[in-house]
Design a protein around this ligand. Structure first.
Ligand code: SF4
Ligand code: SF4
Length: 507
């Protein structure tokens, strides 16, 4: 994303796009509330499923091969090691500190499910630093997290990963898979008996049990399916593997490494001087985890791009009659961009007679609207979606001025974002004073210009049909927005209007 940002001017990175932790939160919110959390798409959800499969088959491969925080933390740790100031916490302190990440996991999921907003964005050091403290980030929590990662990693071995990271805690829950299945099964059974039991209890049970299992170093015999194994007959007990294990696991004393901190980085296998002594399940090669990781991520990427999970799916009509309803589908609504905008769209549609339900997909900015064809038709549905606008472009206009009026039909123009983009396009031209838009197929746009002779229909059409818009955002970087407005008809009114009539109309 970082490289593409500098070589592709049309690209604005979305730092959440591939985040499996965001996907897992979105999935949990979906199960509990039947809504996706803000701005989450099927790609993040599939990535979270890939994370679970990877954890079950191999180990916490996201931690060892992908996590950007883990990578920076490891670099800082190596620097601390070189300066001989890095310390490995052991004993009681280690055991107590391990609880922190489960508490954070609980808090993150609790607030995400309760609010359908990704709570982790408030303190995620990756998101905070990559977005330059985006408005979703809590400044205090973001700075605290960055300081913790930086200083903690420098002085303490894997401080963030072992003690703070909620994704590490979540991965451990999946690592203790039979416990996870058991807890979810019991919860499901209680619900199916008709007893209302809040999701909070399941969350608490999962966090506490995983913490206890981690403390007791109780490892699932089955999962992960792949483990590091040591051939005790060819091992010379040189202990290089132990010295080089980033997680400080005493590999040389195990026949099979089942330690909860092992994330299958394979550093021990790489460093072992004795051929075929350390392996994966006795035979597996050291590159096996990386190959499986690439295959699974690629499959996840293809699947994630090929379907879309609805952000909200609300149906307020008679469920029994749903089969008889018609569906109107519209893509490219740029204001359908998150959970909040989806909810406000649904609330607006609730007020339209004959509309029975709404499903939104923020990834493709698409809405599906269930409607009763006996009450409303698609043209009126489109009309109810459309937001007419009057935009006065801030220019000095004298009382004695008169204005030329251009009536246009504009295709691919339908939501409030189009009003904003059109304003941006027009305000760079000193002769244009404002515009109005009204519903039509295509949309009716009226543009008011000065009567200067250099303005004509061709110029107005060219301005509107520009393919790109340079937009300067709050941190002074420029976004390039692709546009596809098409003027299908344009006519200039024979008579100019007075500035007072224009001002009156714009009120
Ligand atoms: S590095 Fe290889 S030979 Fe040395 S102790 Fe570890 S497993 Fe044995
Ligand atoms: S070095 Fe070996 S034992 Fe240590 S985390 Fe990596 S794979 Fe696991």
């Amino acid at each position: 994303m970082g490289i593409r940002y500098f070589v592709d001017k049309n690209y604005f990175p979305n730092y959440e796009t591939y985040c499996p932790f965001g996907g897992a939160q979105a999935l949990s919110s979906y199960f509990v509330n039947n809504t996706l959390t803000c701005s989450m798409t099927s790609l993040q959800i599939v990535m979270s499923l890939a994370l679970i499969v990877l954890t079950l088959i191999i180990s916490k491969l996201f931690c060892s091969y992908i996590c950007p925080i883990g990578t920076v933390s490891e670099w800082l740790g190596k620097l601390g090691e070189k300066l001989s100031i890095r310390y490995t916490i052991t004993g009681i302190a280690d055991k107590v500190l391990r609880l922190l990440k489960y508490i954070l996991l609980f808090i993150t999921f609790y607030f995400t499910i309760s609010s359908s907003e990704l709570f982790c964005k408030k303190f995620d050091p990756y998101y905070a630093s990559m977005t330059g403290f985006d408005s979703d980030v809590s400044i205090i929590m973001g700075i605290a997290a960055i300081v913790l990662v930086t200083i903690g990693s420098f002085y303490i071995r894997f401080f963030w990963c072992k003690y703070i990271c909620p994704l590490g805690a979540l991965s451990n829950i999946f690592r203790f898979f039979l416990m996870f299945i058991g807890a979810v099964g019991v919860y499901w059974a209680i619900l199916s008996l008709g007893v209302h039991l809040s999701f909070v209890w399941l969350l608490i049970a999962l966090c506490i049990t995983a913490y206890i299992l981690e403390l007791l170093s109780i490892n699932n015999r089955v999962f992960p399916l792949l483990k590091i194994t040591r051939n005790i007959y060819t091992c010379t007990n040189c202990k290089l593997c132990t010295k080089n294990c980033p997680q400080a696991i005493d590999v040389a004393s195990h026949k099979t490494v089942k330690h909860v901190d092992c994330n299958m980085c394979c550093d021990c296998v790489h460093v072992c001087p004795e051929k075929d002594t350390l392996a994966i399940n006795h035979r597996g090669k050291k590159w096996l985890p990386a190959i499986i990781l690439i295959i699974l991520i690629s499959i996840g990427f293809i699947i994630g791009k090929s379907f879309e999970v609805p952000t909200i799916a609300e149906y307020w009509g008679d469920a029994a009659a749903k089969g008889q309803m018609n569906i109107y589908e519209k893509s490219g609504l740029k204001n359908i961009k998150c959970y909040g905008s989806s909810i406000s769209f649904a609330n607006k549609m609730r007020r339209v007679k004959g509309v029975e339900g709404v499903t939104t997909y923020v990834g493709s900015h698409t809405v599906k609207i269930w409607f009763n064809p006996d009450i409303i038709d698609t043209l009126n549905i489109q009309k109810s979606i459309f937001v007419p606008a009057k935009v006065l472009i801030d220019k000095k206009i004298s009382e004695s001025d008169s204005l030329s009026v251009y009536n246009l039909k504009v295709d691919n123009f339908f939501d409030p974002y189009d009003t904003y983009y059109l304003t941006e396009l027009l305000k760079h031209n000193q002769f244009i004073y404002g515009f109005t838009s009204e519903f039509g197929c295509p949309v009716n746009v009226t543009i008011y210009t000065s009567t200067d002779k250099s303005i004509d229909s061709k110029l107005v059409k060219n301005i509107i049909e520009q393919k790109q818009l340079n937009e300067t955002n709050s941190n002074n970087s420029t976004n390039i927005i692709d546009l596809s407005y098409r003027v299908t008809k344009i006519e200039k009114l024979d008579k100019a209007i007075s500035s007072s009539a224009f001002n009156e109309m714009m009120k």
